[in-house]
Design a binder for this molecule. Structure first.
Ligand SMILES: [Zn+2]
Length: 321
């Protein structure tokens, strides 16, 4: 996958980086050298992280793999989280930013019609990336992974509805679970005129996508956040054995919704938006106004008590965690 080669883990405690599928060494991803069958036969899991393969400063894998894996050095584990960096086209590592990623990935000739739906200043970087992968049909959905399930065990059904294998088309938004989330979020965001079918929905958003209006930014943020949450929930069930019902997910989305509004209002500060009418739809619920929000410290704006702002200015990427 073109984008995957750009993500690089600087190993800290080894908990976040997948030992088989992420890039954290020149030989990575190790799945290019060791097959899933060999991994499971050796007693390991496909979702093992780096730390799970290290014991007392040594690799746990069979000694016969050592030469095949070119004597990869064992990382020195620390107490810090693994840090995800961006490896640019010149192989330089840097903190991830939408700008750097866009410069490295964007097609240099024909600009795709949907680029303004994904790449805009107010978008949240990790949401933008999932959305970008969806548009490129590059998410690792189970229809693309089905070669692992050649014995037809059926284990690879959609983890959200558990009725059929997932795919881009199924997840966004044919799956009953996804559709419920999308409908609910659309209603909250006053976007009920936007379709459920992906292609029709995109066609509906495209005409306003390039406008610097609140409605445009909200529509794009809502789409990016919703697809991110659905993809995250699908993976949480599949790989982390964590399961939330669609209503639990929506409750979390309430916190997300408030944060999104705060984030948006904060980013609008000084941007010169004129179309503020639809902000009426986005006032956060009264109990949160002026108090603590669930995800970030949120306060009433000293200039306008109808507005709320997020205190933390540092990086929008942390707002959704
Ligand atoms: Zn489903």
């Amino acid at each position: 996958m073109q984008v995957q080669k750009h993500f690089w883990f600087c190993i800290g405690n080894g908990f976040q980086a997948s030992v088989w599928y992420d890039s954290w060494d020149g030989m990575s991803p190790l799945a290019d050298h060791i097959t899933p069958r060999e991994i499971t036969r050796a007693g390991f899991q496909l979702n093992d992280n780096v730390s799970e393969l290290i014991d007392n400063g040594r690799w746990k894998w069979p000694s016969e793999w050592t030469l095949r894996l070119n004597n990869i050095q064992v990382p020195h584990l620390s107490f810090d989280d693994d840090k995800l960096l961006w490896k640019d086209n010149n192989n330089s590592l840097q903190d991830f930013s939408v700008h750097a990623a866009w410069e490295d990935l964007r097609p240099r000739d024909n600009v795709v019609s949907w680029y303004s739906v994904v790449w805009f200043n107010q978008n949240i970087p990790k949401h933008a990336f999932i959305l970008w992968l969806i548009f490129r049909r590059k998410l690792r959905t189970q229809d693309l992974m089905s070669e692992w399930d050649r014995n037809g065990s059926g284990a690879l059904t959609c983890s959200l509805c558990e009725t059929q294998p997932d795919s881009h088309k199924h997840l966004f938004f044919e799956c009953p679970f996804s559709l419920h989330v999308w409908h609910t979020v659309k209603t909250k965001a006053d976007m009920t005129n936007i379709a459920d079918d992906w292609d029709v929905m995109v066609a509906g958003i495209l005409p306003m996508a390039r406008k610097l209006s609140v409605q445009s930014v909200i529509a794009k943020l809502v789409l990016a956040a919703t697809t991110y949450y659905i993809w995250d929930e699908k993976n949480a069930r599949l790989f982390r054995q964590q399961k939330r019902t669609r209503d639990q997910l929506l409750v979390e989305n309430e916190a997300w919704h408030v944060t999104l509004v705060c984030y948006l209002l904060f980013r609008m500060d000084g941007l010169g938006f004129e179309d503020l009418d639809c902000l009426q739809t986005f006032k956060p619920p009264p109990p949160l106004r002026g108090g603590d929000a669930y995800l970030n410290s949120v306060h009433l704006s000293p200039k306008n008590s109808d507005h709320v702002i997020v205190c933390n200015k540092t990086s929008s990427i942390y707002l959704m965690i």
